[in-house]
Design a protein around this ligand. Structure first.
Ligand code: SF4
Length: 213
């Protein structure tokens, strides 16, 4: 009996395989394809976080993969899947935009959680610890970059927490200049108040270990 997996374990296995495909494998093959075409691929989430994380995720892919096993990440994915089912909107809409900076060709790419094509409205779904009055700065930046990327009208952030659910509205797209500035000025960390404490690489990051950040 104890050698046979439980149904729950099998479903969890399937879910984690699907998450790995979506968040790791597909992104990497997209990156490889466009790199072979001469582009430096930057995903939207990378513009919204510490620039060192990209280096560490390349060096230690196991750490990013192991993040997928965390219960709050799995719970978040289940909420995403449920909303994809009931919202009647397009899910995981991939988009890319080319930007040239000093003869370097960049491709900014990302997938929005939900997209209402008629209203050209983006929705990003977030699972958070608890509900706050205003959305987090990195979530606002991400929504604004998606507005720029898809030339969309506006965006909603949907927050799900154990103490409530809240929806926020955002309509200020990033400009071309802002995107260029973010690419030209990588920050480590990007959000000094909290990012290192929450970072999955903080036990090997020399900036954190030396107490610089
Ligand atoms: S610990 Fe801080 S500086 Fe280091 S990679 Fe993480 S966020 Fe960046």
């Amino acid at each position: 009996m104890d050698t046979l997996p439980l149904q729950g374990e099998l479903v969890l296995r399937k879910l984690i395989d699907a998450m790995r495909k979506k968040y790791v494998d597909e992104r990497e093959s997209y990156r490889k394809y466009y790199e072979s075409e001469g582009y430096e691929v930057v995903f939207v989430h990378e513009l919204c976080e510490c620039s060192r994380k990209r280096r560490y995720s390349k060096l230690f892919p196991e750490i990013s993969i192991s993040k997928l096993l965390k219960p709050h990440i799995i719970r978040g994915e289940l909420i995403h899947l449920a909303l994809e089912n009931v919202s009647n909107m397009k899910a995981n809409v991939r988009s890319g935009k080319k930007v040239k900076i000093n003869s370097r060709n960049f491709l900014i790419a990302g997938s929005v959680d939900l997209y209402d094509e008629n209203r050209r409205r983006i929705t990003e779904v977030k699972t958070v610890r608890s509900i706050v009055n205003t959305p987090f700065e990195h979530h606002i930046l991400q929504a604004r970059i998606y507005l720029w990327l898809l030339d969309a009208m506006d965006a909603e952030l949907w927050y799900f927490a154990s103490d409530g659910i809240k929806f926020y509205y955002i309509d200020s797209s990033c400009t071309d200049d802002e995107i260029r500035e973010i690419i030209k000025n990588p920050l480590a960390p990007r959000w000094p108040q909290w990012e290192c404490d929450m970072c999955e690489y903080n036990q090997l990051c020399e900036l954190k270990m030396q107490g610089i950040k």
